[in-house]
Design a binder for this molecule. Structure first.
Ligand SMILES: Cc1cc2nc3c(=O)[nH]c(=O)nc-3n(C[C@H](O)[C@H](O)[C@H](O)COP(=O)(O)O)c2cc1C
Length: 199
């Protein structure tokens, strides 16, 4: 199983009970971590951020993962989740307002969770600036994993005005997919690694 536990200070101590016929503390912690619960809260305009949420959930094999669409969700109960992943996409320079509202409404609780953030967008020179603009600084600092995943121009799902904007601004005339799947793998891996410190 691809699973890593970094136990810093007393690694040896945690393995010691095995020599006396018991279960090591490390194994006990693995058991606890395997039962960890993850929630992915996302907002998506044409489906790309939703697709990324699904792929992430599939890759997070050591966690029970639930996915929530922020555009349909009225009240979020974060209490049962250990890890929260928030995803959104950029349209005309901004992330969805449902993501902004979710972040500000649940700020205190989010700061007490293991947090990860991802953003779908297509304007590569602006990737970092858009990420900074999309998520509040406190959450960006708190996040154990942050990824800019790229995105897609799905012409079949755009209305007349969206097509016109994309054609003019991005000089693109048809569907383009530029999802960086390696970033999804990286996030899933980074969230598998749990550092237990201070034991
Ligand atoms: C009308 C429109 C405006 C967009 N504006 C931006 C933008 O300002 N910056 C950017 O990086 N990407 C922009 N994009 C690209 C989207 O971020 C990309 O299509 C993303 O994959 C959308 O994900 P979603 O379908 O989950 O909303 C825009 C796309 C559309 C259709």
């Amino acid at each position: 199983m691809h699973f890593f536990v970094k136990v810093r200070p007393l690694n040896l101590f945690m393995r010691l009970p095995v020599f006396f016929g018991g279960v090591s503390l490390q194994q006990k912690f693995k058991k606890v971590i395997i039962q960890m619960k993850t929630a992915i809260f996302y907002s998506s305009s044409h489906g790309t951020t939703a697709k990324v949420a699904e792929l992430l959930a599939q890759k997070m094999t050591n966690s029970q993962t639930q996915i929530f669409n922020l555009k349909k969700l009225k009240n979020a109960d974060l209490t049962i989740f250990d890890t929260i992943i928030i995803g959104g996409s950029v349209h005309a320079g901004n992330i969805q307002s449902s993501v902004r509202k979710f972040c500000s409404k649940n700020m205190v609780e989010l700061l007490n969770k293991r947090l990860a953030l991802y953003l779908c967008c297509m304007n590569e020179p602006e990737f970092d600036v858009q990420f900074e603009h999309a998520f509040p600084e406190l959450l960006r600092k708190k996040a154990v994993s942050s990824k800019i995943i790229g995105g897609e121009f799905l012409f079949g799902k755009m209305n007349f005005f969206e097509k016109a904007i994309v054609k003019k601004v991005s000089k693109v005339n048809g569907t383009v997919s530029k999802i960086d799947y390696s970033k999804i793998d990286e996030m899933a891996k980074e969230l598998e690694v749990v550092t237990i410190s201070g034991i």
